[in-house]
Design a protein around this ligand. Structure first.
Ligand SMILES: NC(=O)c1ccc[n+]([C@@H]2O[C@H](COP(=O)([O-])OP(=O)(O)OC[C@H]3O[C@@H](n4cnc5c(N)ncnc54)[C@H](O)[C@@H]3O)[C@@H](O)[C@H]2O)c1
Length: 486
């Protein structure tokens, strides 16, 4: 869908006008494109006392295209960077900042044990934030507070959430800020997540806290290529005919997966077109990819029909499946006093209960393979609630409950289950919202704009990645750091 205000303020005349009127100016976000380098430019590294993750970070930087510079707080960085063969230098704060110089800021706070040591984070961001370019990335690395040995350490690590979320709100200019809590022993499981949060793929994900645990050794992902990590994998995507579902299918196919797209019989023609497009050359649209080698198969089922789980299981049976994305969803908005029982029931059934029935069928028959991935689409309405959406918010909060309750049960099989909670995403679903509410939804976030289906799709591709085995039981908002439910 078209965001007229965003286009206007980024025209020469519009930019002058909004400056003179003091209006917000949303940045045109830099999104992933296969024909542009994913990682390049300067990455400034800072650290709090005796950091544990610099070695891992150096390895990741050596395998991507960044050049690193060290802030004085990262004393250990220079010998480490030298050992990893990284070009390196000192980060020199310039009086008044040097806008546009640095592509990413990474602060390793994993060694911080008490509040006084948080001063190093102040020093790093005080010196470097203004040097960050438009659409730059901020990643803070810490230890999960609940894994800390002392209350003081727990307190200081927990404090990083406030720091990171505030950085996202202060930085603006399309900059994202996210916090990764890496459990002791999970250092090797960090790379896929670190890449995602440093990449243009996470353009609309900000203010998020992600916990990375050690993956079970027996289920650690088999070797994969970073360019086609889903090669050889099979993925089911529900609601794949259009909108976010079509973008998910495209993103997973671009990573090499064979996608089985499911949608209602009346959307069969659109579903066929989406799947044929994947089976062609994946010439990118919303997901911004143009090189996918994946392919697609269309299944026209109503996921809420009683026979649907058996039908999907039968269609997948012989070859099994590695990834399930529960994306199909509907709204039937009315305040609860005016809502019909049918509107209540259909939303709960399609958005929530159908997911349970399909997963039960595929798990019981072993069709979802060990080491598999389940990704559910929730909503910030499921976190915050919303006027006129008691049915929808109930269903989307229930999705979060599914993720939380199933993650420990699936851990033994190396299967992860996570949810993404989109904010305002430009699709046919949100095009139906009355104009004033639609404008409010678009602007009430740190990016001052709505997200694209590809933003949700890229977050799902990260959670489906073989390198994301340490991420489970979590809800990641794709909302541009929306104020709603924050
Ligand atoms: N667009 C947003 O801003 C937004 C925000 C938060 C969450 N979401 C969620 O993202 C998901 C996709 O939303 P969208 O905006 O792309 O919606 P959409 O209406 O454009 O697409 C939904 C797709 O699901 C399919 N579908 C609906 N009921 C089905 C059923 N019973 N069986 C099979 N397929 C069915 C539809 O035919 C359609 O192709 C939904 O779960 C929605 O709740 C969207």
């Amino acid at each position: 869908m078209n965001d007229t205000y965003l286009n206007f303020v980024n025209s020469p005349f519009g930019a002058r006008l909004v400056r003179s009127l003091g209006l917000p100016k949303p940045e045109v976000l830099r999104r992933y494109r296969a024909d542009r380098p994913e990682f390049d430019g300067l990455l400034a590294v800072g650290a709090g006392r005796e950091p544990h993750l610099l070695d891992t970070l150096a390895g990741v930087i050596a395998r991507t295209g960044f050049t690193s510079v060290a802030h004085e707080s990262a004393g250990l960085w220079v010998p480490l960077a030298t050992r990893h063969g990284l070009m390196t230098g000192r980060f020199e704060p310039v009086e008044g900042g040097a806008p546009g110089r640095v592509a990413a800021l990474v602060f390793d706070a994993s060694g911080i044990e008490n509040n006084a040591q948080l001063d190093s984070a102040y020093g790093f961001f005080h010196d470097s934030l203004r040097s960050l370019e438009k659409c730059g990335r901020i990643v803070v690395l810490g230890r999960p507070p609940e894994a800390c040995a002392t209350p003081r350490q727990w307190t200081a690590q927990r404090a990083l959430e406030g720091l990171t979320r505030s950085l996202g709100k202060e930085a603006r200019r399309g900059i994202t800020a996210n916090l990764l809590y890496v459990a002791p022993g999970a250092e090797d499981a960090l790379e896929a997540s670190l890449r995602f949060f440093l990449s243009p793929r996470s353009a609309y994900v900000s203010g998020q806290v992600v916990r990375i645990a050690a993956a079970k050794p027996s289920t650690t992902a088999a070797p994969f290529a970073w360019t086609q990590p889903l090669a050889g994998k099979r993925a089911v995507v529900t609601g794949a005919a259009r909108g976010i579902g079509a973008a998910i299918a495209e993103a997973l196919a671009a990573e090499g997966a064979h996608v089985i797209g499911v949608d209602i019989p009346s959307a069969h023609a659109a579903l066929d077109t989406t799947m044929q497009h994947l089976s062609g050359n994946c010439a990118g649209n919303g997901a911004g990819n143009g090189t996918g080698s994946g392919s697609g198969t269309a299944l026209a089922f109503d996921i809420a029909a009683p026979e649907a789980p058996a039908q999907i299981a039968a269609a997948l049976d012989e070859l099994g499946v590695d990834i399930i994305v529960h994306n199909a969803g509907i709204t039937r908005d009315k305040t609860i006093a005016r809502m019909s029982e049918a509107a209540w029931h259909s939303v709960i059934d399609i958005n929530l209960s159908a997911q349970e029935r399909i997963d039960e069928a595929l798990l019981a028959a072993g069709i979802l393979r060990d080491g598999g991935r389940i990704v559910c689409v929730s909503s910030i309405s499921g976190i915050a609630g919303n006027l006129g959406q008691t049915n929808y918010a109930t269903s989307k909060a229930g999705v979060i409950g599914r993720v939380e309750s199933m993650a420990p049960l699936l851990r033994e099989r190396g299967i992860t289950i996570n949810a993404v909670a989109p904010g305002f995403i430009e699709t046919q679903m949100t095009a139906k919202i009355p104009l004033a509410l639609r404008e409010a939804g678009r602007r009430m976030n740190s990016m001052s704009q709505g997200g694209q289906p590809a933003d949700v799709a890229q977050a799902i591709a990260w959670l489906a990645h073989p390198g994301s085995a340490g991420v489970t039981g979590q809800v990641v908002r794709v909302c541009g750091q929306s104020l709603i439910g924050a």
